[in-house]
Design a binder for this molecule. Sequence first.
Ligand code: SF4
Length: 647
Amino acid sequence: MSSLKGYAGRILYVDLTRGKYWTEELPESVVKAYVGGNGLAAHLLWNLISEEVDPLSPENPLIVATGPATGALSPSSGRFAVVTKSPLTGAWGESHAGGFLGPQIKYAGYDFLVITGRSPKPVTLVVDDGSVVLRDSHDLWGLSTADTTDELRGVVGSDYHVMCIGPAGEKLVKFASVMVDYYRAFGRTGVGAVMGSKRLKAVAVRGGKDVVVHDPDRYIEVLEDFLWRNTEGPWAFPAQASLGRFGTPCLVTAMNAIGRLPTKNHWTGYWERAEEISGEELLKYRVSRGSCFSCMIMCKHITRVDDGVYAGAMSGGPEYESVAALGSNLLIHDIKAVIYMNTLCNLYGLDTISTGKAISFLFECYEKGLVEKKNVDGLEPVWGNAETAVELIKAIAERRGIGDLLAEGVRKASEVLGHRTRHYALHVKGLEVSAQDPRAHKSVGCTWAISVRGADHLRSLTTVDELGYRDIATERFGPVMTDAICDRLTEKYKGVVVKDQEDLFALVDSIIMCKYGTMWPPMYYFDFIAKLLPPLTGIKEFSDVKYLRLTAERIANLKRCFNLREGVGRESETLPQRFTEEPMPTGPSKGHTCNLEPMLREYYSQRGWDYESGLPYEETLKRLELNQAADALKRRYRLPRWERGSG
Ligand code: SF4
């Protein structure tokens, strides 16, 4: 039995090729170095695969990760992660989801599930405390994610929590998602395709063990502080009045107001019809308000359409990102159509963000005459055409006609359709861009460019600059930088802020806590984590903010080293020209472009990386005790040495 507190202390390994499983203890030294969640998963992934493994091959592991907070009753701790090599980008793949399944993994006695190999036939991994079974699931193959969940729970028991793929994952759509208990999604980077390549239809988990806490009395005191911050503290009311009441779609009108709402394939950031797809509008279709495990913000809503052509559509959210990708981004203002499209994506198991951006890519290419009518299967891919968008979602998931090409992602689709379409393929590292705009929020440009998984809104997105939180900017970065940091329309000091936020999130994603509380509202920072972890885990080093910051840096650097080992480095840290060369044409951020390079220079300098090559200085990796990573990179690159005057 593991002596670790706050952790289950074990990793469950499953080899689907041989139909075997075994467990290994979680080493304390690795826990101290990487905390858990995505940090420890980075350590596992780094060691489990060699470079240039095909993401859809049996060798690519699918790592389901929890953290010390998971299941330990701390607020916002119902989330968990999947880490793998992405089939969409060929780089670091990671996605997080909420709900209740993550805690069940801990209660079943595991911190991580590491799944490798490829089953000869479709299977479900069923985990129940000490029991691990691979259940034949050929009867589930082809079913939607909702039907799969229904059928499976009918067989194994309704108290199991289920993550599964739909037809899109089975057909290896490069941005297939994994759905959790019907409504939560591991959306990004194609983790559903990795599951499909393993013929793993689902994972069902039920657990009954306890998470043992090191110092329960002190831990309860910290949880009381947590509770106060969420119910009475200065951020409690804003969080409840916005996120709690409307869910993340509260952002639709807020983003439009600053000219940052993706509109018409990100042509602009302002849409005069935004109100029609707003959080307020969605409220009319809400049938329930829910939450992840142990959360007081409760931003999870379920919406249903009861009449009209889309009657019967019912989905979680849709979240802000989905509303923007499938609504304003396509100029579709019928909120019922957006709910329906979101429902379809969830049932097929498709990432709504990549799906929306693949469709808007086609719409714009068609508008510009770069795709001919004879090549779009009789569809009318024009702005605002919800009927065609619906058909394209089906075609992508089923890999039919033009949908088969879009299922590869916009980077690949533009390579096939010709270089003139590249301008409209909005991605970084192959990941379709999320619902921000670097012209209206300059630090987003740096965030997208440096994120290891591509154009990402959840690894270093900052709100201190976007919302102008002066007190927080001063507290964290000092008075000299405050003015510039709080100006979302200047690039100055944004490299500093992005690095800081990336480190914070590296830790948050390792513990694992929800971003709502650290990104917005900015309730928790390193000092709070230093209070939370010691009574939970008993690891005294975690009470030292400097130690935590160093750990966060180690995690961020190891993930970058993973990408560098795959050959994804400096040259991939660019932005689509739309954001760097086309001034914002309308709205409150009119006239702005994003100047990436000064932010990158600042960011690399903060990180201890060489500006020209984007490689970490050898000294940086040594300082972070990433010697093995340094040796691996030296086989591919000439690692720069830091000299006086280096960035
Ligand atoms: S804020 Fe929302 S996403 Fe985060 S834990 Fe709570 S319900 Fe889940």
